[in-house]
Each structure stands twice: as structure tokens, then as C-alpha cells.
Design a protein around this ligand. Structure first.
Ligand code: AMP
Length: 355
């Protein structure tokens, strides 16, 4: 295999883990990221230190790479489209367009036959009040763009809660009101599609969030085979509809009857798929590199049960304890400064199946 170069837009831990996986398969990597000495660049061959939409930097990336990918969904669509005129960009820029706006995302999912919460677009306070009335006073109000980890959200739990001032309080930007989903648990599925249209799905993970941030992903999820099959079906429909190439993460709510409601899609490797590096032969990171490089997809089967735990902020102080335990894979992101809410690393503990 001749050495080829993969460009990665974004320099965080996901880019870092993609760069590691790429290097094992003899690819070179170039990171485009404005922050110097970012986690990804520490392990890549080169960094272009510039804004994601910098036209000179994008031209350099296109000229020096054989394939370009990204590690976060807020890459400017115009930048991805500009690149795509000169070099293959995977996943396709259309996936960014869909994932960047919760309204577009829900419409797209529904168009693929994948159920979501009911929703209304909210552009002013009067629309918010009408929409809340339609949902009996309950719902989850979210910014359409740039929200993540529970940021840019307000939950209305009962009709007694006044929505006065809520539109302005979220910044006066376009919002979406979702009906409140009475879910029993949350799961996600990590799936990949190759340039030849082949699809591979990992087992769904059961996710628990703390303060709006993923805390743990547990395998197997406590769901029936039928629910797992429904998650795989939804992933395949979405991937085919987008003519997708690469790894995607899809988050779902599981209702008490086992049916699924899609919450959001991430057109990239996903935090709830980190367990794959310890419990599968081919991790989600290698799978993504294989997919975008037109290599055969890896076997997504899991050889062990496991629990992945994020190390957030001062959780990093627990690393010595984790290191002293058997069956635990520790993965740190090279971030020197720990802050509350900052993802510093993760650990995956194999809980059964390996021996
Ligand atoms: P999100 O930013 O959309 O991933 O939402 C963060 C978390 O808020 C989710 O993981 C759920 O726990 C909760 N949540 C979001 N939307 C809804 C909804 N429509 N109904 C109930 N809970 C929700």
C-alpha cells in the first residue's frame, strides 16, 4: 500500500484517535486546527494552524491530502464544499448540513422513516407559547444550531412553568421545541458505510449522561434483539439516504415498549463508541479510516462486555486507580489543563467475555 495522506479538520481527542488509527495503517495525517499543540497534532504528521474556514489553509489541505475528513460536526459547510471540489471529503458535506441544524436533522430523519420526538420550529416568543400549548406545557427547548452536551437548552416539565422570556434567554436565535420523550433509557449506535456501500454496525451502547455530558456507555445495552435490530435498520436507512462514507453515531431514546425515537446524529466518530477500541478487534476509529480510504470494513463484532467511563475534569486524578485494575484500557488525550466539564480521557473496563 503506498503512503497516502489524510487531512483531518479539528484537533481534539477524536482527531487524535483518528490520527493514531490512520498511522497504524500507514497513512500520514495533517490536522487543520487553529489551536497550536492540540491533542490531535501531538500524534499527527503535521498541523496547519489556521481557522477551519481559512481559504489559504483549505487550499493547502486540499493540495497536500488524498482524502479529507473531520472530527466535529460544526465544520463550516462552505469550507467542506470548497474542499470537496478538489479532494474527496468524507463523510459528504451534506451530512454536515443535516447534522448542524436540529430542525433540518429531524426533518431528514423523518423523511428516512426514522421517528423523532414531535417538534415545532420556534422563531419568537409567541410561537414558543403556541407550541408549548400544543404539547400540554411540557417540552425541551433547544437552539437549532451549535448546542452540545445539553448546552443551549431549557426543559419545561409541567404546564405550571412559565415560558416568559424563554426565547430571549436562549439568545434570540432560531430554536426548536421538542415534545418531552418519556424514555426508559438512552442508547446509541455506531455504524459505518464504505465507498462501495457496505454497511457495518457495532452493537448499540446504553448511555448515561451526567450534567448533560456522556458519563458511561455500557455493553450490552438492556434492550431486546428487536430494538437492537431497529437501531441497525435506522442506521442503514440514514447512511444510504446520505450516500454516506465513514462512521456515524446515532443517539436514540428507548420507550418502555422498546420502540426507538432518534435524538441526534453525529457525522463522525462518537464518544459513545470509544468502547470499541477495547472490546472489538477493529475500533470505530480504524473503521472510519478504512471506510474513507476504500479499504474493507472491519468486523464490528464485540468480543467482550464492557463499560466505558469518561474522565471529565478532576476524574483525571483517578488514573492511578484505573491503571492498577486488570481488564481496564486507559486512554488519555494529552490535555495539560483540567477544567470542570472538560473531557480529559476515558477508560474501558472489560466486564465479561474475554476469558
Ligand atoms: P441533546 O443535546 O439533544 O443530546 O440532549 C441532551 C440530553 O437531554 C439527552 O441525552 C436527554 O437525556 C435529554 N433530552 C433531550 N431531548 C429530550 C426530549 N425531547 N425528551 C426528553 N429528554 C430529552
Amino acid at each position: 500500500m503506498s503512503a497516502r495522506t489524510i487531512g483531518i479538520i479539528g484537533g481534539g481527542q477524536l482527531g487524535r484517535m483518528l490520527a493514531m488509527a490512520a498511522s497504524r495503517l500507514n497513512f500520514r495525517t495533517i490536522i487543520l486546527e487553529p489551536q497550536a499543540d492540540c491533542p490531535a497534532a501531538q500524534l499527527a504528521n503535521r498541523q496547519i494552524t489556521a481557522a477551519y474556514a481559512d481559504p489559504v489553509a483549505l487550499a493547502e489541505l486540499a493540495a497536500d491530502c488524498d482524502i479529507v475528513t473531520y472530527e466535529f460536526e460544526n465544520v463550516p459547510v462552505e469550507a467542506a464544499e470548497m474542499l470537496a471540489r478538489n479532494v474527496p471529503v468524507y463523510p459528504p458535506p451534506k451530512a454536515l448540513e443535516v447534522a448542524q441544524d436540529r430542525l433540518t436533522e429531524k426533518r431528514f430523519l423523518n423523511g428516512c422513516g426514522i421517528p423523532t420526538a414531535r417538534f415545532h420550529a420556534i422563531d419568537n416568543q409567541a410561537q414558543l407559547e403556541a407550541a408549548l400549548a400544543d404539547f400540554g406545557g411540557c417540552g425541551v427547548l433547544k437552539t437549532r444550531r451549535l448546542g452540545y452536551d445539553g448546552k443551549g437548552q431549557r426543559v419545561f416539565r409541567s404546564a405550571d412553568e412559565s415560558p416568559a422570556g424563554a426565547f430571549e434567554a436562549l439568545g434570540g436565535v432560531p430554536l426548536i421545541l421538542e415534545s418531552f420523550v418519556p424514555f426508559e433509557r438512552e442508547i446509541s449506535i455506531i455504524a459505518a458505510r464504505g465507498t462501495d456501500g457496505a454497511v457495518a454496525c457495532y452493537d448499540p451502547a446504553e448511555n448515561v449522561h451526567r450534567d448533560g455530558i456522556l458519563d458511561t456507555s455500557t455493553l450490552p445495552a438492556r434492550i431486546t434483539d428487536a430494538t437492537a435490530e431497529a437501531a441497525r435498520d435506522a442506521a442503514k436507512k440514514l447512511l444510504d439516504a446520505l450516500n454516506y462514507v465513514g462512521v456515524v453515531g446515532i443517539e436514540f431514546f428507548v420507550l418502555p415498549d422498546g420502540s426507538l425515537v432518534a435524538n441526534e446524529i453525529a457525522p463522525r466518530v462518537h464518544n459513545s463508541g470509544h468502547w470499541t477500541e477495547a472490546a472489538c478487534v477493529v475500533s470505530q476509529f480504524e473503521q472510519h479510516i478504512r471506510a474513507i480510504a476504500s479499504l474493507p470494513l472491519g468486523d464490528p463484532r464485540r468480543h467482550s462486555d464492557c463499560v466505558m467511563t469518561n474522565l471529565i475534569g478532576d476524574d483525571i486524578l483517578q488514573v492511578p486507580n484505573w491503571l492498577s485494575r486488570p481488564d481496564v484500557l486507559v486512554h488519555l488525550y494529552g490535555k495539560t489543563e483540567s477544567r470542570p466539564g472538560r473531557k480529559m480521557g476515558h477508560v474501558t473496563e472489560l466486564t465479561a467475555g474475554r476469558r
